[in-house]
Every structure is written in structure tokens, then in C-alpha cells.
Design a protein around this ligand. Sequence first.
Ligand code: GDP
Length: 360
Amino acid sequence: ALTIGIVGLPNVGKSTLFNALTRNQVLAANYPFATIEPNVGVVPLPDPRLDKLAEVFTSERTLPATVSFVDIAGIVKGASEGEGLGNKFLANIREADAICQVTRVFSDPDVVRVEGSSDAEGDMETISTELILADLQTLEKALPRLEKEVKIKKGDAKLYEAAKTAQAILEEGTTLYQGAAGAKLDLADVASLQLMTAKPFIFVFNTDEDGLADTAMQDRLRTLVAPADAVFLDAKFESELVELEPEDAAEMLADSGQTEPGLAQLARVGFHTLGLQTYLTAGPKEARAWTIKRGWTAPQAAGVIHTDFERGFIKAEIVSFDELVEAGSVANARSAGKARIEGKDYVMQDGDVVEFRFNV
Ligand code: GDP
């Protein structure tokens, strides 16, 4: 499964957030093939549609899609030079499919800031500088090799050119995910180099009650990190929320003036940042959301349920979630002409409720 690595300076609330995420883990029993690893939090993607589907189909249970977060050790100034946990840290980041950078915006004098840290902008700069330096090192090693391979006509000229463009962006002090568009660099062209700042980023701003209400501050930080997404949450509050029974949690959330937990927002943003989407299936046993990549066709989507479904794919019967709920049952949707039969070239849409037909 794709994973999101959590990074940030020490004492910004990474562990607090990660603990909240693991407390919020989906029950492993529902996911028999999921292995539980201590540094991975597998959290449900909130999807109110599943409960509704379970009603229509009188399903016994619901199974949401999941998002996996990995706890990566804190980054410090000098990490790119292999200081402290540097090397292991960088290796862990390379393995993550997206990076969730946690930054402190809460002002608690009892929680000391790490040396050299003063405010959110400065902290974000410290981290991006380390990641940029590490990427530059990767490129300095790779470029001579790529150049040689191109000269003897064994190499990939497109990769070499893209790597040079990437180096130029990084030398300006810009991350690749922010600088690629302006430099007309297609990040897919440098994917094989596993550059860290080429990964999709999410920014979590760990803030307090005041910060959650401070839309001016939030707008400023959102603009700063664009095109990456920003999530504003109170990690300490979230960690308390997950300890409560659902009714008490709902009450505490309402008292705080928030409409949903920050963890729910983070799961949604994470899922989206990974380029994922879901389609839905339902029956008497379960109403379930299945994870696919955006742009996948019906046979590819069927393959997520079982490889035989992809191999033997014949067609898919699809009703959109809204039309199904309106019709009240698949039979009604069919007689109202709302059930579509789609073939192997159909590109799945978010919220499709599907039944696949296949040969075994
Ligand atoms: P890490 O080093 O980034 O993993 O940070 P921790 O999660 O260990 O948090 C460092 C300290 O900050 C702990 O004492 C936390 O209780 C505290 N802390 C974390 N999040 C918040 C928050 O949102 N507000 C306040 N006031 N304190 C927090």
C-alpha cells in the first residue's frame, strides 16, 4: 500500500499526532491481509456514503478505504550531512510515497522549541533546505553517470536532461514539487532518481484553539505551501478525542466549534495527495470502499477485488451513489434506467457503485 511519511523538527507534535493516528487505526480483523507494523498507522478514510449504502443493502458491516501513515524520526538541521538520525531518516523518507510535514504553530512556553527554531516559516525553511541539499547530493552523484551513459548511447537522454533541470531548480533553493511547473519539468521524468522534494507534500500545522479560528494565519500559510495541501489541527486535542467514546467525542468536537476531527481531514487530504480514489460495492455482507488510482479503467478496478476479476472482466454495472440512494434499490435504479453497463475502456468515477461481471 502507498504510505505517507510524517516528518518535522523535534517537539512539534509528530509523536502526538502519530499516536492519535494509531489509536484511530482500523480494526485489523476487518483487514485480514494487513500486517500491523509498529511505525505504521493505518487509518480509515471517512466516508459517510458507506453507512447510507449499508442501509440500502442492509449490509452487516462497512469497510472504509484506508490511508497509511509512517512515523519517521525527527529531522534536524544537518540531516543531509548524515548528522544524528540523518541517514536512516533520509532512507525512510525515500521509501514514502508522499511526505506529511508537521510544523508547530501552537505557542506553549512549556514546550521548548528545538535550537534554531522560531516560527512556522523558519521551521519549514529548515526542513526544505535539508531535503533540497539531500536531493542535490543525489543528483551530484547521478549526473556524471547519466552523462557518461548518454555519451556511449546507452543512457536515457530524457532522464539526463530532466535531472539537469531538477538540479537547476534545487540550486535556486526551491523544492521540486513547487518548482517543477515553472521550469516545465515533468516530475515523472525524474521518478527513477527517488528525489525527496519531487514527492507530493502535505503540510500539517499543529495549532491550538486560537489558531484553528485564525483564518488570516491559515490563508497565509496555505498560500505559502501551495500547490501542496495544508491541514490545520490541534494534535493534543486530536489525541484526547480518540480516547473518548463516540458520543463524548462528538460532544467535545462540537464544543470546540469544529465540524469534523482534524484526523479525518488529514486522511482525506492524504488519500487525495496520493492520487487515489474509491469506488463502492455493497451487498448483504458488507458495504465497502475500494482503493484505486485516479484514471483507472473498470478492469483495473475489478483487479483490486481479485486478479481473476480483471483477467475475466466482461462488463461492469454501475449506478452512481446519488442515483442509487434516490432510487432506494438497485432494482429501482435499473427500472428507472439509472444503471449503466460499462465496458473495458470505462474510466472509473468517484462514487460509482459497482457490480462486476466476469468469466472465471
Ligand atoms: P515530536 O518531537 O515532534 O514527536 O513532538 P511530541 O509529539 O513529542 O510533542 C512535544 C511536546 O509538545 C509534548 O509535550 C506534547 O504534549 C506537546 N504538544 C504536542 N502537540 C501539542 C499541541 O497541539 N499543543 C500543545 N500545547 N502542546 C502540544
